[in-house]
Design a protein around this ligand. Structure first.
Ligand code: T5A
Length: 222
């Protein structure tokens, strides 16, 4: 087998309807064009067990989880996802493109639900040790504009999507705080622009990572 450097871990974050799923496809298309091997995955979810936890978390009907239960379930799903999918892919030298990760916990369970940063940090340490994304795109846009977008989509709302506007304002503020705290890892994009422009910005912001990663590969693997 050829020696390869570790893969690369990219996460996409943002409020409801900011365009994470749409833009994830733009990232994987760029990786294909660069001849890079990748997997795409999502949180909560990404394994059979974690997808079952996702169903419990997003269900609009039935018993709602207590806030601490919600936080623990997010990390339970993440622990499984990391061990089963993310770490093995990175070890194989693949890029992992993940729709949401732990910054979403700081934003939703921290900013949205009011769980303390210290509590989240403790769980993050337990589950991830030192593993962090290499690059995080925050698709940022005003909460009202994102709500209009979701209105036009018209599908049934999950438990989070049923929250009120002030919840999503706190989520947005917490995401921006995470970006300020981690300026080397975060790229904040204006997701309220037309899709073509968002994707052009994304492409430009991803290119240096692609070039640097390829440069770091052993010659035999290029
Ligand atoms: N959660 C998750 C936590 O609370 N804590 C955690 O730790 C984690 C990991 C997961 C839920 O779980 C919560 C947060 C979430 O509520 P999800 O499916 O990942 O749910 O998140 P959603 O935000 O609900 O995903 P959506 O699919 O609703 O939104 P996306 O992916 O951001 O948006 P997308 O790409 O589907 O686009 C929405 C619509 O906008 C259009 C698209 O075509 C689509 O119709 N669009 C644009 N329109 C105009 N201009 C643009 N630039 C556009 N970009 C997209």
């Amino acid at each position: 087998m050829t020696a390869r450097a570790r893969g690369y871990f990219v996460t996409l974050e943002g409020g409801e309807g900011a365009g994470k799923t749409t833009n994830l496809q733009a990232i994987t298309a760029q990786l294909d064009a660069a001849g890079i091997d990748w997997i795409a995955t999502r949180e909560p979810g990404g394994t059979a067990l974690a997808e079952k936890i996702r169903e419990l978390l997003l269900a609009a009907e039935g018993e709602a989880p207590h806030e601490v239960t919600e936080l623990l379930l997010m990390f339970a799903a993440r622990a499984q996802h990391l061990e089963e999918v993310i770490k093995p892919a990175l070890a194989r030298g693949q890029w992992v493109v993940c729709d949401r990760f732990t910054d979403a916990t700081y934003a939703y369970q921290g900013g949205g639900r009011g769980q303390s940063e210290e509590t989240i940090q403790q769980l993050e340490k337990l589950v991830q040790k030192d593993l962090q994304p290499d690059l995080t795109f925050l698709l940022d846009m005003p909460v009202e504009k994102a709500a209009e977008r979701l209105q036009t989509r018209g599908q049934q709302k999950d438990r989070f999507e049923q929250e009120k506007q002030d919840f999503f304002s706190r989520v947005r503020d917490a995401y921006l705080k995470q970006a300020l705290k981690n300026p080397l890892r975060f790229r904040v994009l204006d997701a309220s622009q037309p899709l073509d422009q968002v994707q052009a910005d994304l492409k430009e912001a991803l290119l240096p990572s692609i070039l640097a990663w390829k440069q770091a590969q052993p010659k035999s693997a290029q």
